[in-house]
Ligand binder design. Structure first.
Ligand code: FES
Length: 274
């Protein structure tokens, strides 16, 4: 039996925004019925703002919960903000999902991305290789190379088993497992070469990650962070506001900061609060 959070159970029992928008401005689909689950998301968009969102899904309770919370996360948001939402954000909003169910959050991310593409809002990130977007790696579950690449990147996945949990790829006949392993190796080789920066470039990159990925998250809860210094793999930071007022919270935040930097830079980063 899976261990679900209260929020997952709430969205499963009382899903929000279920249904279809007949005059939708954008529709996105992910998964397929033959593979066991499918999500279709409908968006109304005005002046680059998502004014309404609905979904139809055929899937398990986590798929319903992920789709339901996703619609709540995007209504009222600009397309620019919507584009930044990752599967990890969806799972985080639900208070987490069991590892074996993370693929449901990935399905939400994929459907949203498909809707934005269909709307003509394409802005693929710098690590992505667009020509690979439609290359199917796992034929059993119809999973493309880019979906696997994004899941690795957004969640710091390290093993084929991780990728199976997050995307389903590799979870049936297993023929694609060696390809998945190749993608994992290619991704980390690329990250490593990206990280062979001069000391100044490295500091600038760390500062950029703090400003664009970490600080906005902390600000949501009334806190913030400043980069103080970088010495080799040690990153010295100062926490502000609510982030600095509670010892337990500080420990959790330090882990979040460290993991985000590790995912974006390398595993040797150590965060020290000053
Ligand atoms: S091809 Fe991926 S599990 Fe069969």
């Amino acid at each position: 039996m899976w261990d679900y959070t209260e929020k997952v159970m709430d969205h499963y029992r009382n899903p929000r925004n279920v249904g279809k928008i007949n005059d939708a401005d954008a529709v996105g689909v992910a998964g397929s019925l033959t593979c066991g689950d499918q999500l279709k998301i409908y968006l109304k968009i005005k002046d680059n703002i998502v004014t309404d969102a609905k979904f139809q899904t055929f899937g398990c309770g986590s798929a319903v919960a992920s789709s339901s919370i996703l619609t709540e996360m995007i209504i009222g948001k600009s397309l620019e903000d919507v584009k930044k939402i990752t599967n990890k954000d969806i799972a985080d909003q639900l208070g987490g999902l069991p590892p074996e169910k993370m693929h449901c959050s990935v399905m939400g991310y994929e459907a949203l991305e498909d809707a934005l593409k269909n709307y003509g809002y394409q802005d693929l990130d710098d690590l992505r290789e667009p020509e690979k977007a439609e290359k199917i790696v796992c034929t059993c579950f119809n999973v493309t190379e880019n979906v696997i690449w994004d899941a690795i990147k957004q969640n710091g996945l390290k093993t084929v088993e991780d990728v199976t949990n997050y995307t389903k790829a590799g979870g049936a006949c297993g023929r694609c497992k060696s390809l998945i392993k190749d993608i994992i190796d290619t991704y980390y080789a690329k990250v490593k070469s990206d990280n062979q920066l001069s000391p100044t470039q490295r500091i600038l990159k760390i500062n950029n990650i703090i400003e664009t990925q970490i600080s906005p998250e902390l600000q949501k809860d009334g806190g913030d962070i400043n980069l103080v210094d970088v010495k080799d793999n040690k990153v010295f930071v100062k926490l502000h506001g609510k982030c600095s007022s509670c010892k337990n919270a500080t420990l959790t935040i330090k882990r979040f900061v460290e993991q985000t930097l590790k995912n974006a830079m390398d595993d040797n980063i150590e965060v020290i609060e000053v």
